[in-house]
Design a binder for this molecule. Sequence first.
Ligand code: ADE
Length: 225
Amino acid sequence: MHLEFDILTLFPEMVEGFFASSMLARGQRNGLIDIRTHQLRDWTTDKHNKTDELPYGGGAGMVMKPEPIFAAVEQLRKPQTKVVYMAPDGVPLSSQLARELVKEEHLIILSGHYEGVDQRVRDELVDLEVSIGDYVLTNGTLAAAVVIDCVSRFIPGFLGDEKSLTEESFMSTLLGFPQYTRPADFRGMRVPEVLLSGDHAAIAKWRHEQQIEKTRQLRPDLLDT
Ligand code: ADE
């Protein structure tokens, strides 16, 4: 499986370091993913490289012009490409959505700024609008990076240890269990005895109970479904 990402943004420098770090860097080295960031301004044709204008009908802020976005997407897209627009009013990102997106071959992720993009972009170019949560960021570039990180983890071989995918929170719709490592006694705070027991059945039972209790306290909504 191989997934290509093209990000269109006014601030590629916000995330270039992120993509050059840790697991995403390794995924690119191993040929599992390709991530390319693009400066949307490169597709402007006027001498001031203008990407935004005042909104028709008035109101606060600026709206991103359709021309450079259409030009960029038309240049980058292939027949199988899906175009994702990052927006606080999109569908919420979840593990389930990431598992759908990982089936794609090529995603162009468009990051908005100001009051967002001209509606014609959303109507004509965009296949899916995604939000990373009920809050508004100054622009969608970080949100695009979050989507890429979250989707890439589902590429077979990306994590190295596939067990981490099945054991993690949200796969079972329960929150995660507490993890401990050495030392067994740190400043008098002891690791729960069961984890030192070597009794795998008892450990599994304890972890499951911890997951249920933590979920009941922090995310009771997950237990209702
Ligand atoms: N752009 C601004 N806020 C956002 C959010 N919460 N999710 C996705 N894109 C955004």
